[in-house]
Design a protein around this ligand. Sequence first.
Ligand SMILES: [Cu+2]
Length: 141
Amino acid sequence: MQSLSVAAIALFLLVSGGWTGAYATSAEEIRQICQKAEKRYQKIYGQPSSDSDAIIIKMYKYTFCPASITVKQGATVRWINVDKRTSHSVWFKKKGDEETSRLFPEDKVEMKFDLPIGDYPYLCGPHWESDGMLGTVTVTK
Ligand SMILES: [Cu+2]
């Protein structure tokens, strides 16, 4: 219960912009991580992630790449772990969803966004607190 309320306060501060976290990865670092994530993706799949039949979010070095995306209602988003060792999850906790099972390297999970217009924040269960591994899917018309 104690850790739950600490987590709630941390999340509130993070969402409200009052706390940037101890990890505070710079925009340039994130850009470089995501560039490497795309290279890893291409090595695994032999094509750019933009050529996929779904919208791709790569999970790499405690980062969702890209961390924020905007999709049309009904779009399918696919998360793929392109790390070599670390496992991640995708958890729309605020929405009341269950956390996905652990996604090991090259594992993937897909979700269809047949949802009302709005922002849907999510997190990686094992790394959102320690490493700020957070993302948002914005659904538009
Ligand atoms: Cu993670």
